[in-house]
Design a protein around this ligand. Structure first.
Ligand code: 2HG
Ligand code: ZN
Length: 477
């Protein structure tokens, strides 16, 4: 029996449209859709709907709209901020995009991919790569996160430093609006200056304005040369100086420039099977830098060696290893990609996905570390992230052997302590993970006045009944 049954006429009409396997109501089947990746939120739902295409999705949404049923869009369920988890009322339906999973076409003239929302980022990357192209967005959760989710949340990740966020890759978009109408913006145009940029309004709206069903994604020629290195540095300033050295020589060659603190790296080494530091000794901080180019010559190798050679001579870098094969490159990336998982295994953690101007990063990390250590003795401050974009995951892991619940009970105190420093330095309280439900409480003080008011007016115009992903992004009025 469903926890809160759908009205029978609605249930029957949904089964008619989606088929019996498209409407899950058994709690054993729906439970996984009601808990977020970090298990911070345990919601309930009346059903999980699994449309297989836009037409099914639009009809299901129109029915829910007519019955005043709240809808929670969900892709790979990898949100870090509870953005795809229903509340505890049990009244909402989750609309899962997993069955909308066709890659429709790859266009070599325009370098685009036309793809359904439920295709995982990894599957889309692989399809591009099989045709000599690159889908230039890479995130740790790419095996599960899907195209609809990465666009709805304007995901960032490891290649933002070169290609921008998901927003920059979305040439075209299709979405089902809260009343079931289909917004067809599936154009492939780089130049189209005709009215409000509605697709950009949908991108980053976290499912609160509509459910993204398809997209046209901008691709790039696949790199034919790549150089990847892991470097030990003394501190965040050292990482920034190294970034400046690469940027000065060839900014377009930098595909990724990632920072990892010694604390965070140590968690990966101790908690992730197969991870081991390929350097002489642990260091206070590390950088993973990747250069890439569609050229097949060896100029990247000499660029990497020249810059790292001087950096080692100057003492800016204290040790470094260059990947000599694709499998070594994968091992270096594995160490970086497993930071979130390692922190999850280390116990309860509080995530501060913040950004500040590049020059302010050392001051931010130093001040925020001091403040958090004063707030909770024994806390493990484990920052890492996309330092080339000014985006640090300033994550706080519970004291070893401490009580996870007691630690999490202080999450707002920790988040507010960090946010105060971020604010002083002109940064943002959420650089790439979005607002979801975790950070709605911060919106009035950070995005108040005309900014929040305009957001509320847009929401009210598109979703007057507040049915699409209610409780996310915007705090209660
Ligand atoms: C990453 O950069 C993800 O690996 C996850 O954004 C960050 O766990 C985190 O805080
Ligand atoms: Zn990240």
């Amino acid at each position: 029996m469903p926890q809160t049954p759908l009205p029978p006429p609605l249930h029957d009409a949904l089964v008619q449209i989606l088929g019996p396997s498209g409407v899950l109501t058994n709690p054993a089947d729906t439970e996984a859709f009601c808990v977020d990746w970090r298990a911070l939120y345990h919601g309930r739902c009346a059903a999980v709907l699994r449309p297989a295409n836009t037409a099914e999705c639009a009809q299901a949404v129109a029915l829910c709209h007519a019955h005043n049923v709240p809808m929670v869009p969900q892709g790979g369920n990898t949100s870090m901020v509870g953005g795809a988890t229903p509340d505890s009322s049990g009244l909402a339906v989750v609309i899962s995009t997993t069955r909308m999973n066709q890659i429709h076409s790859i266009d070599h003239a325009d370098l685009t991919m036309t793809v359904d929302a439920g295709v995982t980022l990894k599957a889309a990357q692989d399809a591009a790569s099989a045709q000599g192209l690159l889908l230039p967005l890479s995130i740790s959760s790419e095996g599960s996160a899907d195209i609809g989710g990465i666009l709805a949340t304007n995901a960032g990740g490891n290649n933002t430093v070169r290609y921008g966020n998901a927003r920059e890759l979305a040439l075209g978009l299709e979405a089902v609006l809260p009343d079931g109408s289909v917004l067809d913006l599936m154009r492939k145009l780089r130049k189209d200056n005709t009215g409000y940029a509605l697709r950009q309004l949908l991108v980053g709206s976290e499912g609160t304005l509509g459910l993204i069903t398809q997209a046209v994604i901008q691709l790039q020629p696949a790199p034919r040369s790549r150089e990847t290195a892991l470097c030990a540095v003394e501190n965040p300033q050292g990482a920034l100086n190294l970034f400046a050295a690469f940027r000065k020589q060839d900014p377009s060659a930098i595909h990724a420039f990632e920072f990892m603190s010694g604390t965070s790296m140590a968690l990966v080494n101790s908690l992730i099977d197969g991870a081991s530091l390929p350097l002489e000794a642990p260091a206070p901080a590390y950088v993973l830098v990747e250069l890439a180019s569609p050229r097949a010559d060896d100029s990247l190798r000499s660029l990497m060696e020249d810059i790292l050679g001087s950096a080692l001579e100057d003492g800016l870098v204290t040790d470094a290893v260059l990947a000599e094969s694709e499998s070594q490159r994968q091992s270096l990336w594995m160490i970086r990609e497993e930071h979130a998982e390692a922190q999850k295994r280390a116990g309860a953690s509080v995530k501060n996905d913040v950004s500040v101007p590049l020059a302010a990063i050392p001051e931010f990390i130093a001040d925020a570390t001091k403040a958090c250590e004063a707030l909770i003795p024994g806390i493990r401050v484990a920052p890492f992230g996309h330092i080339g974009d000014g985006n640090i995951h300033f994550n706080l892991v519970q004291p070893e052997g401490g009580d996870p619940a007691a630690f999490l009970a202080q999450d707002h105190a920790m988040m507010d302590t960090v946010a105060a420093i971020v604010r002083k330095l002109g940064g943002s309280f959420s650089a790439e993970h979005g607002v979801g439900q975790l950070k709605t409480y911060m919106m009035p003080s950070w995005r108040g006045g005309a900014e929040l008011q305009t957001m509320r007016q847009i929401k009210a115009a598109i979703d007057p009944q507040n049915l699409m992903n209610p409780g996310k992004v915007l705090p209660p009025a």
